[in-house]
Design a protein around this ligand. Structure first.
Ligand code: ADP
Ligand code: MG
Length: 614
């Protein structure tokens, strides 16, 4: 039989390898930045056009390459960084596989200019899809400049898979942050479509964080510091009161390399336990220094997952170090656990201020009079009692009013109703009460309707906001005094991107190009004190949503808004709100499923109850 196994030609092998190394423009940025750092650069420029789809360029003032090395650097497994397997256990550099340049050159048009200090002239190499198009001698500054154009030009499926320029830019910015945050001693410049979006001078860690995420950061940071035999821990945590959003501001670095570690993340989060709400995310920038022999970064080609020799010890040390810092800087006592009830109060009650409980006494009431006010046969009693109870509620702390009391009240009225006439029984269809502060139960003709309050409200708000974004008719409540909020550059970019949709639902901004944004109007539902939180969460959800799927901007925003503004499980709803919830739900186009595809309600029929009682 004929032999059928062949070795793949190099350019095919390179393309396959590229699939692993280069997922999107941001992966190229990461590799090029790391190469520049490995080359000892003190100044690095990153230039991006159209989300990296047309151009990605990294210019450094590092050691450069000789003519031969320049050519060799594009060969697979060509590296100057390790020479034996033994070196793998003592890595001091970011790169070591010798795969990146070969992979990038296999799927793009690459242009490299490079010169070493000791030579007068440098080398210019052009490579397209692994083929060297030209190599010549040029005059060029010391260091290396690599431009990558038309990424995935020969893999259309990959190119089509890329997201919008803004999304790709966001991924690139993430990679840029990860590199810039560990190298404050290197000056960085980042240009996007011709304008400089980051100018990071050589500073210390704390200042670098502030330069990247905005000057408001400095006051939020608390240092962490611990030296042990196994690990040196340094860096910063954000004070607990700033833990609202920040899904993005969580960074671990091990030996100057950005890493992801759900396990260590947990260590930090658990140190914050009790200091922040369970759904809040603490911010941190933690730098770990371990013996290179005790860490294996080889387990994934994109190298953000690592394996530590003694993870358990590391976990314990990290946790106690963070706890110690939280205690030492005395950040715990200033905490404010008060939940802003305005944020969760639904519907019309938002606008009403707090009213002191009023007990109204009917001066004309005469218990001995024959005809109590039920003249028309209509449940005058029911109405009055409901109103009376509502008034009582208004003055009380919402959090403290148990769901059960409202259950009792409503059961009461039902019983009263039944004691009257047949007519009123029908009127009772639609009576509601709240169960466990989680469900709104309504009596309907066929039995009991049980509605999940949070999901139902999310659905209602989702359709409302989606409508407003598309029809552009959201109602804005103008703020008397514009509220000044500061955001990181990345968050500002998101705000700018979704500005119009936000405007349509009622947000109004001024100075969106500044670090401090003036909010001049908000949707009616948003309370003034909650604006910051809502916007922060919105941005975080939006970023996350974009990474997950490809639904439209309008849907993403509507979902994020509804998620953040909907009543939650645990919230007490007054009777009026319960009724509104049920009625509005069934006014929705899709009342059965929440925006996140969860079932909203169930019906317990009379038959079901009969069966149970049999
Ligand atoms: P690795 O970084 O894993 O060694 P790369 O494919 O990224 O592999 O790079 C191959 C080689 O090219 C590097 O080992 C280095 O010698 C050289 N090189 C790449 N980029 C630069 C640069 N910016 N300056 C100097 N040398 C570089
Ligand atoms: Mg490299």
């Amino acid at each position: 039989m004929e032999d059928i196994i062949k070795l793949l030609p190099d350019h095919v092998a390179n393309q396959i390898a590229a699939g692993e190394v280069v997922q999107r423009p941001a992966s190229v940025v990461k590799e090029l930045l790391e190469n520049a750092i490995d080359a000892g650069a003190t100044l690095i420029k990153l230039i991006v056009k159209d989300g990296g789809k047309s151009l990605l360029q990294v210019v450094d003032n590092g050691k450069g390459m000789s003519e031969t090395d320049a050519r060799l650097s594009f060969e697979r497994h060509a590296t100057s960084k390790i020479s034996s397997a033994q070196d793998l256990f003592n890595l001091q550099t970011k790169g070591f596989r010798g795969e990146a340049l070969a992979s990038i050159a296999a799927i793009a048009h690459v242009d490299m200019l490079t010169r070493i200090d000791t030579m007068d002239v440098g080398t210019h190499i052009k490579i397209e899809g692994s083929k060297v198009v030209s190599q010549e001698v040029v005059a060029t500054p010391k260091g290396t400049s690599i431009s990558v154009k038309n990424l995935f030009f020969n893999i259309p499926a990959r190119r089509n898979f890329l997201k919008s320029n803004q999304v790709e830019l966001r991924h690139i910015t993430d990679e840029f942050h990860r590199v810039a945050l560990v190298h404050p001693n290197i000056e960085f410049h980042f240009y996007n479509n011709g304008s400089e979006i980051f100018n990071l001078p050589k500073v210390n860690h704390r200042q670098r964080i502030a330069h990247v995420f905005g000057s408001r950061m400095t006051e939020r940071l608390v240092p962490v510091e611990e030296e042990t035999e196994v690990v040196n821990i340094s860096g910063f945590i954000c004070k607990p009161e700033f833990a609202k959003k920040s899904r993005g501001e969580q960074f671990f670095f091990a030996n100057n390399r950005f890493i992801k570690s759900p396990y260590l993340h947990h260590a930090v989060v658990s140190a914050f336990e009790g200091l922040i709400k369970p759904d809040a995310f603490p911010g941190y920038f933690i730098y770990l220094e371990v013996d290179p022999k005790s860490i294996d970064i080889n387990i994934h080609p994109t190298k953000t997952e690592v394996k530590f020799d003694d993870e358990h010890a590391l976990y314990a040390m990290l946790r106690s170090t963070v706890k110690h810092s939280l205690g030492q800087f005395n950040v715990a006592p200033v905490l404010d656990f008060e939940h802003d009830p305005n944020l969760d109060t639904p519907y019309a009650y938002k606008e009403k201020g707090v009213v002191l409980p009023k007990v109204t006494v009917d001066a004309d009431f005469n218990p001995f009079q024959d005809t109590v006010k039920t003249t028309s046969g209509k449940p005058a009693f029911q109405k009055q009692s409901a109103k009376g109870w509502e008034n009582l509620y208004q003055g009380l702390d919402m959090e403290e009013t148990g769901g059960f009391s409202s259950v009792e009240i409503e059961t009461d009225t039902v019983v009263q109703g039944v004691m009257y006439s047949e007519d009123e029984m029908d009127a009772q269809a639609g009576t509601t009460f709240q169960l466990q502060r989680k469900y709104v139960v309504s009596t309907i003709k066929s039995g009991l309707l049980v509605v999940h309050q949070n999901r139902a409200h999310e659905r209602i708000l989702f359709e409302k906001f989606l409508g407003e974004i598309t029809v552009k008719e959201g109602v804005s409540q103008q703020l008397l005094f514009p509220l000044e909020l500061s955001f990181s550059k990345q968050d500002l970019a998101v705000l700018t991107e979704v500005r119009e949709s936000l405007y349509n639902v009622g947000f109004a901004f001024e100075d969106l190009d500044q670090e401090t944004v003036k909010v001049t109007g908000v949707p009616i539902m948003v309370s003034e004190s909650g604006i910051g939180t809502v916007l922060d969460r919105l941005i975080a959800d939006y970023k996350e949503g974009y990474q997950e799927g490809s639904i439209s901007q309008a849907e993403l925003l509507a979902e994020a808004l509804s998620r953040n503004l909907a009543v939650k499980t645990g919230d007490v709803l007054d009777h009026e709100s319960q009724l509104a919830l049920v009625n509005n739900l069934f006014g929705c186009k899709e009342p059965t499923l929440s925006p996140r595809q969860k079932q909203i309600y169930t019906i317990i029929s009379e038959g079901d109850i009969d069966k149970k009682l049999n």
